[in-house]
Structures are given as C-alpha cells and as structure tokens.
Design a protein around this ligand. Sequence first.
Ligand code: IPM
Ligand code: MG
Length: 369
Amino acid sequence: MSGPRKILLLPGDGIGAEVSNQVELVMDWLAKNLGFSYDVKTEDIGGASYDKYGTPLTDEVLNDALESDAILFGAVGGPRWDEVERELRPEAGLLRLRKELDLFANLRPAIVFESLAEASSLKKELISGLNIMIVRELTSGCYFGEPRGIDVMPDGTRRGFDTEVYTETEITRVGKVAFELARKRQRKVHSVEKANVMESGVFWREIMTSLQNEEGQDIELQHMYADNCAMQLVREPKQFDVIVTNNLFGDLLSDCAAMLTGSLGMLPSASLGEIDKDKKRRALYEPVHGSAPDIAGKDIANPIAMLLSLAMMLRYSFAEEKNAMLIESSIKNVLSGGYRTKDISQPGMEIVSTKKMGNLVIQELDKLI
Ligand code: IPM
Ligand code: MG
C-alpha cells in the first residue's frame, strides 16, 4: 500500500473516548517503533454527533468513512438519548454506516484468555482454550428489511412489524467469508437459521448447501437451528469453530458467546465489505462491549477490546499479521503479569485504570521488540 493509511477514528459515546485514547497511543507507538505510517482523523458519531449536529452521522463523516482505508469505532448510545426518535438515535448512525459502506460480514471472535478462564459463568474445563469465530451477516435481514413499521389495521387494531428477507447473493457472499475463515482454522462451519419455522431459513439452508457443493467440498458444513445453537453454546461451546448466521441471530448468539468467554470487555470485532479489484475492502473495527455510560469518564473502562480491534485492523485491512500478534502478545503478557481493569478483576490481582492498562501494554510492546 502506498502512502500513509487513512484511518478514521470514531470514539462515539460513553467509554468510547477513553478507550480510543489508548488506541491512539498504541498507534503512535507503532509509528515510532515500526514505521507504521498513517493519518488519523477523529470525528463524532452517535449521541456525540447528535448533540452537536442533530444527527448521529453527518454526511461529512460518512464521506470520510467512504474514503478511509479503515475505521476504528468506539461505541454509541446511552440513556441520555432514550427519548430521541429512532432514526436519530445513536444506534442509527452505526446502522447507516454499516449499510452505506456495505459492511456485510461481521467477524466476532469469542476467545478465552487463559488467565481469565475463571471469570466465565461456565466451568473452566468447558471453555478453556475456546476459540469460536462468529460470522454475522450485518447489512440485511430484519434490521433493514421492508416493509417495517407500526400502523393501524382496518379494524382499528395497532400492529408492529419487520421483514426478515435475504437474497441469494447476500447469503452466498457471507457464506464465502465463513468458508474462507474456516480454511485458516479447523474447516468446520455451522450454518445457523430456523428452517423449521421460517421460509427465509429454508432458503438460507438451501443456498449454504449449494455453496458447499460448488466450492466448499473441503469444509465440514453442519446446519443447526438457532435455538439449538444457543443451547449448544452454553452446553458444549468447544464443538464450534466458525458459525455463520443472519443479522438478528448473529446479534443474539454473539453476545451469548462473548459472555461465556468471561471476557466481554476483551472482545474485538471486524465488519468487512467486499474485496474490490484493487484487493482493498471497506472495514470497521469495533469492540463488542457497548458504551457503558455508567462507568464513562471514570478512567476505569477496559481498553483491551479496543486495542484488540486495532490488532484486527492490522491483520485484516493491512495484512500485518506480525504486528497484530505483537499487540495480542503484549496484552496476554500484561494479563499474565496480574494486572486487571475493574471489570475483569480477580482476587490477588492489581486493579489498574484505563490509562495505566494502556501504558502497561506499551511497556510490554517495548520489551517485545
Ligand atoms: C451490536 C449492537 C447493535 C446491533 C446495536 C447497537 C444497534 O447490539 O453491534 O451487536 O444490534 O447490531
Ligand atoms: Mg448486539
């Protein structure tokens, strides 16, 4: 890639700003020590943007997003904007960004950090060594399907409705991403839907089956109903390698998987678009945890999910596997050293602030190079 990478940083609301500060410090470190050349532009999104401009995503920021090589996203939302109408709520900014950039493949790894395995609500032996990749379709399904609305029927009864809809192309392209990822892992894919109840589920299953026949003979594909998948995730999570599913089921199952790792404050995600003719793809990297308004501004939030999102950016947008692993190793070492932010605190460990955690990661980076 020629010239500095154009990175758009969107801290957003709640703890988004604090964790973003730590990411900036690590990017500075990368620039100074490893020649990582980038231009970073910081802009408002979500509630922060609504308060200033009356919209959760301005056209200017959308344009910057379209022109960037990668986006680092903090978090959006908070009770402060509960009364705002749906189209202008902080979440609407994020949804529009996903849609306009066509970020259809949402990668949500659920990984257990060994030093945190005790923190899971499940028994340690069930989750120790767990490494699942959930691929959630992100730009279709009932999140965007039409018609949707709340109206009054002829007899005067009010009703609310959404539309669950998937085209063949939408299923195929996300299925391909899941197969591609599985090839670098255990080649096992669970495709998750409700084909026992929903037409769109029957169709999803049919398209995934053809995809495997056509180009996935090397993949072990299993179909699973979404309710069973939720149950299996808490019963025997290690049976999964890659899970591919629609937007809504992916939203639910990824929260479930994230929580059972005991490391919710630790998990990053990537939202990716199609690879274009120049081998580039649009991409947004974001911690799985939300804006956590209750602890915002107190310097106690865990910056690790955001730092791991930076590592994912290096891996998926810039093919810098070595540097991605460097960040990941530093974080592991800091945790093994007995340092914890409050959310992952354990008896006998030192509780550190957001800033201190960022600092420790940088000290560890210094040691590793
Ligand atoms: C997520 C969140 C979002 C979603 C919200 C904030 C719109 O829950 O990224 O999982 O439902 O997709
Ligand atoms: Mg969610």
